[in-house]
Write a protein of this length. Structure first.
Length: 298
């Protein structure tokens, strides 16, 4: 059975930048092993599978795979899949698409700004876990302890999926970072988080606020070009730690330039009576429309 395949770039407005995503429509009937095999074949950081040709009780069931793992939630797959569903299945008649993911329902809303379309998602409410010592965070990133900003904690944040958020003093230090797999395994063995987002103040474009790098070796993705789930955790961290000096933040984060995939993520977070509410937004660009002509063997 032929299944439609779309490739989009997420967190960008230019093709062949941002984070690429493969979206398979009509994936009902594929087994978990077949989906994992196809995700490995695509070898993007994630591939998504839309498991129904229409919404189920108001939401589209979607499964997300890295080349080695299934994920309950991820950011650029959520935005990219919502874009494909909105444009291909809903003929762009609605600005809102709701996905049913492993973490539950995640709504995505398209917001037009001039000629640009930005897709915004609301990740699950973040929670905060363990702190990691400055020296251990430095060893994890292969930098010196003085490169880590000791005024703020290296803190585990979980929002659908967990990340260790590490504040780095400068973009130069961030550029030198190289994950030490042995330290990563030791640190993450004590945490729910299995991936790391390190960030520094400032960006190549002076209109933007921060630069980030995200390391996901545990999930088969050594470094990711644009990571909505990680940056959602970063947005919550900025408010929780007082880094933004307010109970709300609205910032733009650059990621992926060192990988040749420059990306831009829009982050909003606000402390409320229910906790910290986060929004993550970005552009989506269509790159490929085609079909899978043979079911993946597994």
């Amino acid at each position: 059975m032929a299944r439609r395949l779309h490739i989009v770039d997420v967190f960008t407005d230019k093709p062949c930048t941002g984070n690429p995503l493969a979206v398979v429509l009509g994936a009902h009937g594929l087994t978990a092993r077949q989906m994992q095999a196809f995700a490995r074949e695509m070898n993007f950081s994630e591939t998504t599978f839309v498991m129904s040709d229409e919404p189920v009780a108001g939401a589209w069931p979607v499964r997300i795979y890295t080349p080695t793992h299934e994920l309950p939630f991820a950011g650029h797959p959520t935005l990219g899949t919502a874009h494909v569903l909105r444009t291909e299945m809903l003929a762009a008649k609605s600005a809102r698409v709701t996905l049913e993911l492993g973490v539950g329902r995640v709504p995505v809303v398209m917001e037009r700004t001039g000629r640009r379309e930005l897709y915004w998602m609301r990740p699950p409410t973040p929670s905060f876990g363990a702190r990691v010592a400055r020296r251990e965070a430095a060893a994890l990133l292969g930098v010196t302890p003085s490169d880590i900003d000791g005024k703020y904690p290296s803190l585990e944040v979980v929002s659908g999926i967990g990340y260790l958020v590490v504040p780095v003093r400068s973009r130069a230090a961030l550029a030198r970072a190289t994950i030490n797999a042995q330290v990563l395994n030791r640190v993450c063995a004590k945490l729910e988080a299995k991936a790391v987002i390190a960030f520094a103040p400032g960006a190549k474009d002076a209109r933007n606020h921060h630069t980030a790098r995200v390391f996901c070796d545990y999930y088969g993705v050594p470094e990711d070009a644009a990571t909505g789930s990680a940056n959602g955790c970063l947005a919550a961290w900025l408010v929780e730690t007082g880094y933004c000096e307010d109970d709300a933040t609205d910032v733009r984060v650059e990621q992926g330039a060192q990988m040749g995939r420059p990306s831009l993520l829009h982050l909003r977070a606000m402390r409320t009576s229910r906790g910290i509410e986060v929004r993550v937004g970005g552009g989506v660009v269509d790159v490929v429309r085609g079909a899978i002509v043979a079911a993946p063997y597994a």
